[in-house]
Design a protein around this ligand. Structure first.
Ligand code: HPA
Length: 282
């Protein structure tokens, strides 16, 4: 029985999408990964994928941001079966949080209980440089409520032990990573410099417009989960340069190889900790 049906959500949009995907050849994923802006290339690492455009899944809208192709890929990475989402639904595009978390719910409805989320984010920590890979060890999503549901949380995202183990995995692979707190900012515009100054005082290391709701939903569905931010720019006021979306693609290509290597190891290395039962939020 899948997590969602255990929680009485059968016949939801997610269950229906999962049913359709099974008919199209999508099987049981060991893990699912949501690929952030400019990071969709990971789909090339998936062997013999079943590819389903979102437009073929009822309840899924088109994605509207450059660098997102709007399709899911299911296939093998090493010994593992991976379901990758290239293109996500942002709240700032007008999607309710219920829709931004649909990929997580669909993966759970397929029986998956491990989620990795990647995103592009602005660096707030003054030690960060463009191209840094930050493992998200905690989240700030005040004052906006990002949870689509009203049920009480038993857990919040606080992922120190898993992040610690992933840092060791990355170091064995020779991939430099850092860690920090991700702050969800609603967007769609980048922050003001006063906001960034406030976020820094609050304890944020990076800021972005996605991910928090997806991770919260994964926790709610008792999955193991990990967020990874690629620092594509320094947040407003941290850098003197003017910000625009094209830097995301530039920073993505700067660390593409490392990020792809990191994700591949996290999902399929024989030593990966992500599948350890103790990392599932229960
Ligand atoms: N702020 C918010 N979201 C972002 C940023 C930023 O500076 N960079 C990439 N996504």
């Amino acid at each position: 029985m899948s997590n969602t049906s255990q929680q009485g959500l059968s016949e939801t949009a997610a269950e229906q999408a999962a049913k359709l995907l099974r008919q199209k050849g999508v099987g049981l994923p060991d893990a699912t990964i949501i690929l952030g802006s400019g990071l969709g290339k990971f789909t090339n690492a998936i062997q013999n994928p079943v590819v389903v455009p979102y437009s073929e899944i009822s309840g899924f809208p088109e994605t509207g941001v450059a660098g997102h192709d709007g399709a899911l890929y299911f296939g093998s990475v090493g010994e593992r079966k991976i379901l990758a989402w290239s293109g996500r639904f942002h709240h700032y595009e007008g999607h309710p949080f219920d829709r931004t978390v649909l990929p997580v719910r669909v993966a759970a409805a397929l029986g998956c209980n491990v989620l990795v989320v990647t995103n592009a984010a602005g660096g707030i920590n003054s030690r960060f440089r463009v191209g840094d890979l930050m493992l998200i060890d905690d989240i700030i999503s005040l004052p906006v409520r990002v949870s689509p549901h009203t049920r009480k949380f038993r857990h919040r995202y606080a992922n120190d032990s898993l992040v610690h183990e992933i840092i060791q995995l990355a170091s064995r692979e020779g991939i430099a990573v850092t860690r920090g707190t991700y702050l969800f900012s609603k967007g769609p515009t980048y922050e003001t410099k006063s906001e960034v100054r406030a976020f820094r005082i609050m304890g944020a290391d990076a800021v972005g417009m996605s991910t928090a709701a997806e991770l919260n939903e994964a926790i709610h569905l008792q999955m193991a989960c990990l967020g990874i931010s690629l620092i594509t720019n320094l947040a407003t006021g941290i850098s003197k340069e003017k910000l625009d979306h094209s830097e995301i693609a530039e920073a993505a290509s700067l660390r593409e190889k490392d990020l792809m290597g990191l994700i591949t190891s996290i999902l399929s290395d024989p030593e990966t900790p992500i599948y350890k039962p103790e990392y599932r939020f229960r």
